[in-house]
Structure formats: C-alpha cells, structure tokens
Write a protein that binds this ligand. Structure first.
Ligand SMILES: Cc1cc2nc3c(=O)[nH]c(=O)nc-3n(C[C@H](O)[C@H](O)[C@H](O)COP(=O)(O)OP(=O)(O)OC[C@H]3O[C@@H](n4cnc5c(N)ncnc54)[C@H](O)[C@@H]3O)c2cc1C
Length: 453
C-alpha cells in the first residue's frame, strides 16, 4: 500500500514516524512518502542559531499537560533531549496602564492583584451564579462578557487569545478554540464550578495548564532528529504538491517532481494550500477550506548584553491587552524561560507582533517592525542600549483562526473524508493549533488507517 503525506511540519513528520513504527511492528507492506515544498523541514517550527544563541522563530515549546508530543518523542528514543522551562520563569505579566502586573495564579493573589479593579474582581467572582448557556457556538468575547465581565475580557481573556492564536476574541469561536473552557460550562454549569470539581487535574490542550517544555538546541533540532529516524520513509524535500486527482480507487498527486499514484493521501498543510490542491477534485470542499483565515505574525528575538537591560526579566514575559494600544502583542523572556538558549552575560527577549487585530504589520518591512518592537520594549524593560544581535521572522499567513461557526467547517471536512475514503486531513486547521493538538491529530489519523486495513 502506498501512502502519501503532504506537508513536512511536525504534523506530517509525526504521521510518517508513527506509520513507519506500525510498518516495522506489523510487517504490513506500506510505502510511505513525505512531501515538503520548502527547502527545509519543520514548517512553523524554525529555529535560528546565532553566535551561540538559540532563537525560535515560531513555537517555543509545548505544554507537558497532554501526552502526545511526549509520547512521540519517547517512542523515537528522543525524550532524553526534552528541555523543561525554568520553574522561576512561571511568573507571567499583563500590561495595564503601561505597567506590568503579575497575573494572579491563586485565589489570594487574585484578591490582592493590582491588575483588576475591585468591581472587575467582584464581577469575576459572580461567575459562580451566571446561568449556563446552551448556545451552539459563541465568540470568545461574548462568552467572557457574559460569564466574567468586560474587564476580564480586556485584561485576562483577550491577552490569552492573543498569546495562543494571535487572534481576535470578537471573532473567535469558543467551541472550536477553547473546547475545554466551553465544556466546563456545559458539564458543570460554569468555570468556577467546573474548576472546583476538577481540582487537581491539569487542563486541556487549549488551557494554560502544564509546564512549557521544549527540546535541547531548539525545536528545529527536534524536527531534524525525528527526520533522521525516518529510515523507511521516502522523504521528498523541495517538492511541491499541486493537485489531487482520482484514478479508480487510487489517488494521483501532481507534484513538481511528476505524478505519483497512492492508495491514501494525508494532508497536513495550511487550509488555503489544501483548498487550491483539492479545487479540481471537489470545488465545494475547496470553498469551505478557503474560509479559514490566517493573519500575519512577526517575531523578533533580541539578544542584549546583560548590563544593557535593567529589568531582571524575572518571569516568563508579558502580554499586552488590545486596549493598551501598543504596537506589540507582548514579549517573552527567553533567557529566563530557557537559560540554556542564551550565553553567560546576555539576556534574550522575543517580541511578538501582528495577529488578527494588527494586520497592518503585513505592509511593513522587517526593518520597520524590528525598530517598532525595540522602541516598544525599551521603556518597559529599561533597556539602555541597542541589541547585541537579533533575528527576525515574518509569517505572512501564521496561525489558522477558528472563527465563530468553525465547527461547521470541521463537519464539512469530516463528511468529505468519510465519502472520499483514503483522504485524511491532519495538521492544525481543524482541532487545535498547539503542537500537542497537531501530534494528537497525527495519532488519530494513524489509528484510523490501522483500523481500516
Ligand atoms: C509564530 C508562531 C508561534 C507559535 N507558538 C506556538 C507555541 O509556542 N506552542 C505551540 O504549541 N504552538 C505554537 N504555534 C503553533 C504551531 O507551531 C503550529 O500549529 C504547528 O507547528 C503546525 O504544524 P503543522 O505541521 O500542522 O503545519 P506547518 O508547520 O504549517 O507545516 C506544514 C508544511 O506543509 C508544507 N506545505 C504547504 N503546502 C505544501 C504543498 N503544496 N506541497 C508540499 N508541502 C507543502 C509547508 O511548507 C510546511 O512545511 C505557533 C505558530 C506560529 C506561526
């Protein structure tokens, strides 16, 4: 049996690895091909190595609260390279009135917190008495307003949405973007009620629970180590897949390296790419896929000499609520989160810009954005002198946004795959954008393939 995997990011690579494992264990005759159009593996995972500094241009890591990525690395024998974030870096900050306030982590800290007003806190506490809603879907903003109040939306929920999706809570679907939070209301009647009942358990893929975990020498090293393990996979780097056609029970993939026949095709590429590949095969599903929106995101990793930054960078970093009207979404204190990524005598800060509420960054040059990012953090972190070095990454179509009604897109894709047996859709376009969501989906797809043999 011939199986094609389109897309060489963490989703495609993890599927290739799991299929190869299955092939080795079961002895089933499978020929696995992995297609990546770029000249490098990893997709959104892109680490830069600059003078002994490890700078992540995409994700920084994944939470250890879900097992999928950890299991994958363990079965590849790579879990010895896991890099947990520094415990001291668990303090997170939110900006209000230009000042950084610590994000409260427990009830006493919440009551004492300077982040929220007295009335804002009382409104949050009254969540306990808000009646349950049975709405089919709701925007994250409407949900937050209804259950927690406007201030919580502005200073807690909005920054969380921008930290995970670079998204706009007024557009995003609660059901698809934060299913764990929605389920607290559906199952237990509210967030506090749910949290009390689930006390002690860690939260799900879209929740904040768990320890941020990464890989020694950066996530690109993790990708390359996984690629090295694919000794029974045909790896087609720099091969673009253009279109999909049907040939009896089989599928033809038209690629920049010619046409190939497969029994099964697994897509792990952005929805706009899948939409264009699948258009001549099924125009309706192509139109549905084209509805998923991707805003631009800009990441710049600054390295400063220690003495040039007066702030101790004591924590994880900070997020900036939209109301603060700043040019950046927030910044991460990378040398505090993962001290191994820096060098003695230096501090590293990664600044994130753009997202769905700041699409203007698309028209700015990288130089302009770097300068805006620097000017924005200069005062907040008491920076005295220009960076020692920096690396920047512009993602024109960064992260898929799950807008209100996203579940209808998911249902349409599921129906399409049911009626077109042999086609699978993985990646981050349907069920979650975190690395763990991607690897969970990869396990699901490989399980579906195994059970249909
Ligand atoms: C800036 C940024 C920060 C992030 N931060 C975090 C974080 O801290 N933690 C976290 O868990 N997640 C984070 N994410 C999300 C996470 O990184 C992604 O959701 C995940 O890496 C997606 O992996 P993927 O393999 O599904 O898709 P991708 O990484 O998008 O890979 C898809 C691959 O398909 C290839 N491709 C596209 N079209 C074709 C074609 N026609 N033929 C062949 N190949 C094709 C692409 O070149 C690409 O390599 C972040 C994302 C971004 C952009």
């Amino acid at each position: 049996m011939k199986i094609a995997i389109v897309g060489g990011g963490i989703s495609g690579i993890s599927i290739a690895f799991l299929l190869q494992n299955f092939k080795k264990e079961s002895g089933v005759d499978i020929e696995i091909s992995l297609f990546e159009k770029n000249i490098r593996w990893g997709g959104s995972i892109n680490t830069s190595y600059e003078n002994g500094f490890t700078i992540e241009g995409g994700p920084n890591g994944f939470l250890d609260s879900k097992p999928y990525t950890l299991d994958l690395l363990a079965s590849a024998g790579l879990n010895g390279n896991l890099l947990p974030s520094n415990d001291l870096a668990r303090k997170r900050y939110i900006m209000r009135g230009g000042v950084l306030h610590r994000l409260p982590e427990n009830p006493p800290a919440f009551l004492k917190s300077s982040l929220l007003s007295f009335s804002g806190k009382m409104r949050i506490l009254s969540e306990f008495f808000v009646r349950k809603s049975e709405l089919e879907d709701e925007t994250v903003a409407d949900f937050a307003r209804r259950r927690l109040g406007e201030e919580a939306l502005d200073y807690l929920i909005g920054p969380m949405v921008s930290g995970i999706f670079a998204g706009d809570p007024e557009k995003m679907s609660l059901r698809s973007s934060f299913p764990v939070i929605r389920n607290l209301e559906l199952e237990y009647g509210g967030l506090f009620k749910g949290m009390f009942k689930k006390k002690g358990k860690k939260s799900g893929p879209s929740g904040p629970g768990g320890v941020l975990t990464s890989y020694k020498d950066g996530l690109t090293k993790m990708i390359l180590d996984l690629i090295d393990k694919l000794d029974q996979v045909k790896k087609d780097l720099n091969v673009d897949v253009f279109s999909l056609k049907k040939d009896g029970q089989k599928f033809i993939l038209e690629t920049s390296a010619g046409e190939h026949l497969f029994d099964k095709v697994i897509f792990t590429i952005p929805s706009y790419k899948l939409s264009s590949i699948i258009k001549s095969y099924d125009e309706d599903i192509a139109r549905v896929l084209s509805l998923i929106n991707y805003p631009p995101v800009f990441v710049v990793g600054f390295v400063f000499k220690d003495d040039d930054v007066a702030d101790t960078l004591d924590g994880f970093g900070y997020l900036i609520p939209h109301k603060e009207n700043r040019k950046i979404l927030g910044s991460l204190y990378d040398s505090s989160i993962f001290p191994e990524r820096s060098r003695e005598g230096y501090k590293m800060v990664r600044v994130i810009m753009g997202g769905d509420r700041n699409r203007w960054i698309a028209d700015k040059s990288e130089e302009e954005l770097v300068s805006m990012a620097y000017n924005d953090i200069k005062e907040t972190l008491k920076i005295k002198s220009a960076p020692y070095t920096y690396e920047s990454f512009k993602w024109n179509m960064a992260i898929p946004q799950y807008y209100l009604g996203h579940h209808k897109i998911v249902e349409a894709v599921e129906k399409f795959c049911e009626t077109n047996r042999g086609i699978f859709v993985g990646g981050n376009i349907l069920y979650g954008v975190g690395i763990n969501d991607c690897t969970r989906r990869s396990y699901e797809i490989v399980d579906m393939i195994k059970s249909n043999l």
